[in-house]
Design a protein around this ligand. Sequence first.
Ligand SMILES: Nc1ncnc2c1ncn2[C@@H]1O[C@H](COP(=O)(O)O)[C@@H](OP(=O)(O)O)[C@H]1O
Ligand SMILES: [Mg+2]
Length: 280
Amino acid sequence: MQPLDAAAKAQLLTHLTPLIRQAGDAILAVYNHADAPEVSHKHDSSPLTEADLAAHRILVAGLTPLLADVPVLSEESKLPDYEVRGSWHRYWLIDPLDGTKEFVNRNGEFTVNIALINEGVPVLGLVYVPVKNVLYLGGRGIGAHKDAGNGPQAIQCRTVKSALAAGESIALVASRNHGADAVDRLMQRLEKETGKPVLTRNMGSSLKLCLVAEGLADLYPRLAPTSEWDTAAAQAIVEAAGGVVLDDDFKVLRYNQKDDILNPFFYVIGDTSYPWQELL
Ligand SMILES: Nc1ncnc2c1ncn2[C@@H]1O[C@H](COP(=O)(O)O)[C@@H](OP(=O)(O)O)[C@H]1O
Ligand SMILES: [Mg+2]
């Protein structure tokens, strides 16, 4: 297999950046069409639109020739049996439209996610927000960056100490759709333990992890189900920005380790020196 050093990742990014924007444009074409898109529902009752499928086709066509013998696993493709994919050392893991509910609700908080997984670890990730033309990217050895239209700027997680010193509250990110009660309870516990107000920010899709990566939030507790394609790209960005994504046993979240595609509940942590584990 080809090495995945910083130079190889930089070379991949020259292809991935235009590709993810192209998928985003295809989504926007549906989003901005005068007629509302037709919404069907998958077996897990999550919504599916023609935008998901258009982005899926563009990404699969663009990624397949990029690295020889590296398969593409998409939310919108048939999930291969674990007997097959369990032997993959390296693969692309994509969510062509993460936050379909946000897309249907027209709040703009949906993303296109591309991750490269190597031996179960997300080593490169891109998260693109089509409505805002914002691209987050990151990976081991290349750092984490946000391009809001003026070129990539380095981003990093903040420390709790620096937030409090700046007079800001600890900020917790919550899904608009899932796990609200558990997050409320955790927030109350944090306020009691720290004696300080805790702020909650709502956000759709993998943008929740990106908020931690860019130092606008400190903790994203995901106490509700997700699939591996929902988190892989943004996890690579969070880790490159100095944070971690831990499962409910406080072990680093890994990919392709078991025959179902669901993640355990997890915590996205920006400041790894803060004693979160005593509070969670
Ligand atoms: N019961 C369930 N099982 C697996 N994943 C679920 C789920 N309920 C929600 N999700 C995932 O959570 C994502 C949305 O999270 P949130 O509501 O926090 O933005 C969805 O992404 P998609 O929109 O890509 O399907 C979906 O994959
Ligand atoms: Mg998703």
